[in-house]
Write a protein that binds this ligand. Structure first.
Ligand code: NDP
Length: 451
């Protein structure tokens, strides 16, 4: 069945489906992006003559490798490592590393594809990439995580470099893992370079990088509320899924902006605290003890824990910020949010809303900030970390934070303006995809094709 009005887009999508059969997350991401290009391709036929869209959906390089390591009992374990180098038209490949049992080629390719447009939207010179492994850090000792990271980097180091490809963190990869990987890269190459971002402050990290995705999400949401509804975060009730890096700093910034965050989750269940989440308790449980969110209800009187993470969307709120993982918010959950009076949804995680959920939000006039735009603060600050590494210099917290805020506000306005220019004013899914795409496609056109 034909999904696109434009025959060129339909042909590209059919070829992608054939070539990547059995990769549902990747196909979902491609579909969402290509749908946005209908008015662009109609207006500029040269995208077809230059084969831009055919090229943009095919990664420049995809590496898969064995990662063997030894656990604490002396047993040899084997995981699968990946790196996709999707598009380098506007800068070195850039994108995080995910360590989670669900990691596979489809997940890495969907993340890498989305990353290209997100990085372009930041206005910084970064191409798109992504990587990771099906290794599960949960329940592993520090020593096991270190040996895994070292083995992973032993292979990955052959494919990356400060001017080639600069990975960062994502699910399961925080400061500890980046440190072990950076140490191994340096050992292997005898080079102290900005080959990874999200580094510790004592060895080249940037202030605000830890907070960046969560803070950026709130800067974006605040600007979206201000520009599209003459409203603000102040006094709003907020539900945030996840309780990892993005969720924690989204909670912190939402609270600083005067909102009340009442729920957080992990993959087992969610907590509800009608008095407002006490972030220090969450940080102690998640960042220090690496424990489960259920602990919160045992420590904070008046709060509740419910098994099952998807139930979080039944908590009444003005603003919902999905910050856990892909496809965590489906059509049914979106309808419940709408029935409960949600006014804005902005994605901290990558592709957390299913296409059905997005359709429901848009149909009911809920402001919707797509991941590519709303969560770009992490990679933007990684770009600022690369910049500081190149200069061998560090900016203050206030300097980086101000640049992040400025970038997020620009991303909102560029996405909004593109949605208006291409006839879908206020549709930020379309606007973000188009605004990100135009810069990449221009660079690809100028750089020619190697015959
Ligand atoms: P973390 O590993 O720090 O936290 C992930 C959180 O999501 C945890 O609370 C985890 O719970 C929960 N989670 C993971 N898988 C599932 C699942 N299947 N169902 C429900 N909850 C789940 O990761 P981040 O906070 O860094 O990343 C969260 C999201 O934000 C991801 O989509 C990531 O790609 C995206 N993102 C992250 C950026 C960054 O700078 N870190 C930048 C841009 C996007 P549990 O502990 O139970 O696994």
């Amino acid at each position: 069945m034909s999904k696109f009005k434009n025959a060129y887009l339909q042909g590209v999508y059919d070829a992608v489906c054939k070539r990547n059969a059995g990769e549902p997350e990747f196909l979902q991401a491609v579909m969402e992006v290509l749908e946005s290009f209908e008015p662009v391709v109609a207006k500029y036929p040269e995208y077809e003559t230059n084969g831009i869209i055919d090229r943009i959906v095919e990664p420049e390089r995809f590496v898969q490798f064995r990662v063997s390591w030894v656990d604490d009992s002396g047993k040899v374990r084997v995981n699968r490592g990946f790196r996709v180098q999707f598009n380098s038209a506007i800068g070195p490949y850039k994108g995080g590393l995910r360590l989670h049992p669900t990691v596979c080629a489809s997940v890495i390719k969907f993340l890498g594809f989305e990353q290209c447009f997100k990085n372009s939207l930041t206005g910084l010179p970064m191409g798109g990439g992504k990587g990771g492994s099906d290794f599960d850090p949960k329940g592993k000792s520090d020593g096991e995580v270190m040996r895994f990271c070292q083995s992973f980097m032993t292979e990955l180091s052959k494919h990356i470099g400060a001017d080639t490809d600069v990975p960062a963190g994502d699910i399961g990869v925080g400061g500890r893992e980046i440190g072990y990987m950076f140490g191994q890269y340096k050992r292997l190459r005898n080079e102290f370079t900005g080959v990874l971002t999200g580094k510790g402050l004592s060895y080249g990290g940037s202030l605000v990088r830890t907070e960046a995705t969560g803070y950026g999400l709130l800067y974006f949401t605040q600007e979206m509320l201000k520009s599209m509804k003459q409203d603000s975060m102040s006094g709003k009730t907020v539900v945030i899924s996840g309780s990892g890096n993005v969720a924690i700093y989204a909670t912190q910034k939402a609270q600083q902006l005067g909102a009340k965050v009442v729920a957080l989750s992990d993959s087992n269940g969610y907590i509800y605290d009608k008095n407002g989440i006490q972030l220090e308790v969450v940080r102690q449980i998640k960042e220090v003890e690496r424990g489960r969110i259920s602990e919160y209800a045992k420590r904070v009187p008046g709060s509740e824990y419910q098994e099952g993470c998807r139930g979080i969307w039944s908590v009444k709120c003005d603003i919902a910020l999905p910050c856990a993982t892909q496809n965590e918010l489906d059509g049914k959950a979106a309808q419940v949010l709408v029935d409960n009076g949600v006014i804005a949804v902005a994605e901290g995680a990558n592709m957390p809303s299913t296409p059905e959920a997005i359709e429901i939000f848009q149909k009911h006039g809920v402001l919707f900030g797509p991941a590519k735009a709303a969560n770009a603060g992490g990679v933007a600050t990684s770009g600022l970390e690369m910049c500081q590494n190149s200069m061998r210099y560090s900016w203050t917290f206030e300097e980086v934070d101000a640049k992040l805020k400025h970038i997020m506000e620009n991303i909102f306005h560029n996405s909004y303006n593109a949605s208006k220019e291409f006839g879908a004013e206020g549709n930020l899914v379309m606007g973000a995809n188009i605004a990100g795409f135009l810069k990449i496609s221009d660079a690809m056109k100028w750089q020619g094709i190697a015959y």
